[in-house]
Design a protein around this ligand. Structure first.
Ligand SMILES: [Zn+2]
Length: 172
């Protein structure tokens, strides 16, 4: 005789009560998942939200480079050769697996992004293939297109040209 069968024969109401609780929990979780997919988190207990956590991770890199911007109006200061301490934010996005509790190792982002950032460091950007017009916009796309094959969860690249000016590119 199994444990459950013993329990049933001793006290049938125990099994039916626990079955009712389990059924209620399962249907609650199914509803939570449907609502989560629809972006509706109202009334969800914290545990249910954690079960399908969507996150964005940001890892930042820096490089120094010179450029001039040939499409700006004649006489504009950005047409003159000048330099920036650029910052690049690499953003990855996705669902966190429940078993690991993390989306991706930050070291994996570093391994994928660092070689690309090194190609830009201490360069005259206009001389790099694909960057003859190295605006922040074109630079963000240039980095994104090179990084995406190695980092499938890549969601966006933000190029900070100065402390107060930046461009975000999320793919085409
Ligand atoms: Zn500039």
């Amino acid at each position: 005789m199994t444990g459950m069968a013993r329990m049933k024969s001793k006290n049938p109401s125990v099994k039916s009560a626990s079955s009712a609780v389990k059924h209620s929990f399962d249907s609650d979780m199914a509803m939570h998942r449907l609502r989560h997919r629809a972006g509706d988190f109202r009334g969800l207990p914290p545990a249910a939200i954690m079960a399908a956590m969507h996150v964005r991770l940001v890892k930042s890199f820096g490089f120094e480079a010179a450029h001039d911007l040939p499409t700006f109006p004649q006489g504009h200061k950005c047409r003159r050769l000048h330099g920036h301490s650029f910052r690049v934010d690499v953003i990855v996005e996705g669902e966190v697996p429940e078993d690991t509790g993390y989306l991706i190792d930050y070291g994996q982002i570093k391994d994928a992004a660092e070689p690309i950032v090194k190609e830009l460091d201490h360069r005259y950007l206009n001389e790099i293939e694909g960057l003859s017009n190295p605006t922040s916009e074109n630079l963000a796309r240039w980095i994104y297109d090179r990084l995406k094959p190695a980092l499938s969860q890549l969601s966006a690249i933000i190029v900070h040209e100065t402390c107060t000016s930046s461009c975000e590119y999320r793919g085409s």
